[in-house]
Design a binder for this molecule. Structure first.
Ligand SMILES: Cc1cc2nc3c(=O)[nH]c(=O)nc-3n(C[C@H](O)[C@H](O)[C@H](O)COP(=O)(O)OP(=O)(O)OC[C@H]3O[C@@H](n4cnc5c(N)ncnc54)[C@H](O)[C@@H]3O)c2cc1C
Length: 398
């Protein structure tokens, strides 16, 4: 399939993004399905793709031009990642490149001028690869229960604790980490946590990859911190307000992942439609059967609707809308997009029948990555609970 053939009038997107989308589709032709299947099977970081993506300028696209970036928007970034996912790269590809971009909104909003000067120019080339350290063994969905602690010292902070599921820790060189700096209070659960930027090669940090079921091109790791000393300039933003600073990145992360989900679903619909036309059983293409057609068509409809919602949520986010309603809208986009993507991937599993289990087609890989998106970075249950509370004013349930 050529880059032009892939450009079908498929899902709602901004006309202004078409050029960017075409450029990404062109780049992705060098990274066909075999490439992603082999990264997954070999548990191998896609270095070649990462270099090509960075050389094309996409890695630093939302960094202001003054710091050597592309000065682009989240909408454009979401379009780029959707095309990466939609070319069959799915999460194996997207996670490799979105990880070092996710912390940027927090740094841009809350970093000091010196921190921005020091870190931002090193992102577009891939030299600086920052991972996200929030989740802990006893604090996943409920972040406020993190036990990693940072205590002040004469020259900075001493940090001790453990993070889990840190994606990219084997490849990255820094971790943006959330630690408790003041004991948790039931009255203000989000207060008392701070954000730090740590070097992953610190001798007091130990990294251990978690053997996992899917998305193996990027390892997710346990990270153990044993009295790690950092200077005071490694604190990002105000002490005790790190959780709130993180939200600048988390809403953006959800929107980017929602956009990736649309790409994943689009790929699944596309390959299912093709296979439905080509595969002949009982002397006719299987796509003639409504039992095959309807799940694909239904997923396509859901993806079209979700895509509109993702665009709306991105517009609101970019117009600096704040308050509970933006969180609700972002979560709605995330839930709609990931559910639609999983429905599409599930339809692909059934359409390909036994061949969905043959690695060569990549169906089961994409299906399991679509399933992952319903759980991480935020589970769809928690997203719904937040919508219920903030948008529908139901009693808080979490
Ligand atoms: C492959 C992978 C990569 C990841 N990468 C990172 C990373 O780079 N950095 C990072 O910090 N984290 C990362 N995570 C962690 C991820 O964000 C968490 O797994 C996720 O937030 C869910 O947390 P948990 O697994 O601890 O689930 P738990 O909090 O244990 O919850 C288990 C289940 O119970 C449900 N549940 C819990 N409470 C409620 C409630 N009140 N109402 C309804 N349902 C509820 C949840 O929705 C979930 O389905 C990653 C996870 C995976 C699997």
């Amino acid at each position: 399939m050529t880059a032009t053939e892939q450009i079908v009038p498929f899902l709602p997107c901004h006309a202004s993004d078409i050029e960017i989308r075409q450029a990404v589709r062109q780049l992705m032709l060098d990274f066909p399905l075999d490439y992603w299947n082999s990264c997954e099977e070999g548990k191998r970081f896609p270095e070649e793709f990462f270099k090509a993506f960075s050389a094309a300028g996409w890695l630093g696209m939302i960094i202001p031009e003054a710091y050597g970036g592309g000065g682009g928007t989240l909408q454009q970034q979401a379009a780029v990642l959707q095309e990466v996912a939609g070319a069959g790269g799915a999460l194996d590809a997207c996670t490799a490149v979105h990880t070092p971009m996710l912390w940027l909104p927090t740094l841009l909003k809350f970093g000091t001028p010196a921190q921005k000067e020091q870190y931002l120019p090193r992102v577009p080339s891939g030299e600086l690869y920052v991972t996200f350290g929030v989740t802990e063994p006893d604090a996943g969905t409920d972040t406020t229960h993190i036990a990693t602690r940072a205590v002040p010292t004469d020259s900075g902070w001493r940090i001790t604790g453990q993070k889990i599921w840190n994606s990219g820790a084997l490849r990255g060189n820094k971790i943006m980490l959330l630690a408790r700096t003041t004991p948790r209070s039931e009255k203000s659960r989000g207060l008392g946590m701070s954000l730090f930027l740590l070097d992953l090669d610190d001798p007091r940090i130990r990294i251990s990859p978690i053997p996992k079921f899917t998305r193996n091109a990027v390892a997710s790791c346990e990270v153990f911190l044993d009295d790690v000393e950092v200077a005071s300039d490694r604190l990002i933003g105000e002490p005790d307000r790190g959780f709130y600073h993180l939200l600048a990145s988390l809403n953006g992360e959800r929107l980017l992942l929602a956009s990736e989900a649309i790409g994943i679903g689009r790929w699944a619909v596309q390959v299912s439609s093709q296979y439905g036309r080509d595969r002949v059983v009982f002397d006719r293409p299987i796509g003639m059967n409504q039992a095959i057609q309807h799940p694909i068509a239904r997923a396509y409809v859901e993806l079209m609707a979700a895509s509109e919602l993702v665009q709306t949520a991105i517009r609101s986010y970019e117009s600096e809308q704040t308050g509970p309603s933006i969180g609700g809208l972002v979560n709605a986009a995330k839930v709609a997009a990931t559910n639609a993507a999983f429905a599409a991937a599930n339809a692909a599993m059934q359409t390909f029948g036994g061949y969905s289990f043959a690695r060569e087609y990549g169906i089961a890989r994409v299906w399991s990555e679509a399933r992952l998106q319903q759980i991480a970075p935020v589970s769809n249950e928690l997203a719904l609970s937040q919508i219920a509370e903030k948008l529908l004013r139901l009693p808080r349930s979490y």
